[in-house]
Ligand binder design. Structure first.
Ligand code: 5GP
Length: 217
């Protein structure tokens, strides 16, 4: 039987869209050359430049349900009427091989991965530095209708409210510093969130984003 390396982690990076989590994952992965990026399965249609097997595994609804019912997914969720899920095969074999696995999935998915993997999962939340930056990133090229931007902002603030379920947090003030901080947390498996919340983090989230975080994790 292959022995499992106790060092390998499923590193789940979540946060509101516009937080810079995807950029963080890319940079962290450069620091861990043996690490693997978990490619999710989805039933939604391929968009623009996306490539099957690179961005997602694009499955028919039947194929997704078959995979799920066979126990092939670590977690799954329905978003806007489409299914998304993390295949076990994208995570478990790599952990067994002693390799870190990075997951860029939503907050709900992150919490489900924690339930499935326990100490083998490390949940890292990326916070934007302030409301202005968050809104600016959500606004993108500036071509979207105000109502769409407002909806994105509401979703982002809903995600932010789930922060207390996470284990570690970084603020995206400046990319290189954030990458180093995140690397330090992963290296030490340092779950800094609870201490950060008590040490002014809760006030920061209230003042910067108007979100009141729940007291208990
Ligand atoms: P999009 O369709 O824009 O690529 O993604 C829509 C939403 O699905 C995003 O919030 C994204 O984080 C989430 N998502 C992508 N992959 C997974 C997954 O494997 N599991 C879960 N729970 N959510 C996912």
């Amino acid at each position: 039987m292959a022995s499992e390396s106790p060092g390998a982690l499923a590193i789940v990076v979540s946060g509101p869209s516009g937080s810079g989590k995807t950029t963080l994952v890319k940079h962290l992965m450069l620091r861990y050359p043996r690490s693997h990026f978990s490619i999710s399965a989805t039933t939604r249609a391929l968009r623009g430049e996306e490539v099957d097997g690179v961005d997602y595994r694009f499955l028919s609804r039947d194929a997704f349900i078959e995979l799920r019912d066979a126990g092939g997914l670590l977690e799954w969720a329905e978003v806007h009427g489409q299914f998304y899920g993390t295949p076990r095969s994208e995570v478990v074999p790599y952990l067994q091989d002693g390799r870190h696995v990075f997951l860029d999935i939503d907050v709900q998915g992150a919490l489900s991965v924690k339930e499935a993997l326990g100490d083998r999962a490390f949940l890292l939340f990326v916070l934007p530095p302030d409301m202005e930056t968050l809104e600016g990133r959500l606004r993108g090229r500036g071509t979207d209708a105000e109502a769409i931007v407002a909806l994105r902002l509401r979703n982002a603030l809903d995600e932010l409210a789930r922060l207390p379920g996470f284990e570690a947090v970084v603020i995206n003030r400046e990319l290189p510093a954030m990458v180093e901080e995140a690397r330090g947390l992963v290296e030490a498996r340092r779950r800094n969130l609870a201490a950060w919340l008590d040490d002014g983090g809760r006030d920061f989230v209230r003042e910067a984003f108007g979100v009141e975080l729940a007291q208990n994790n």
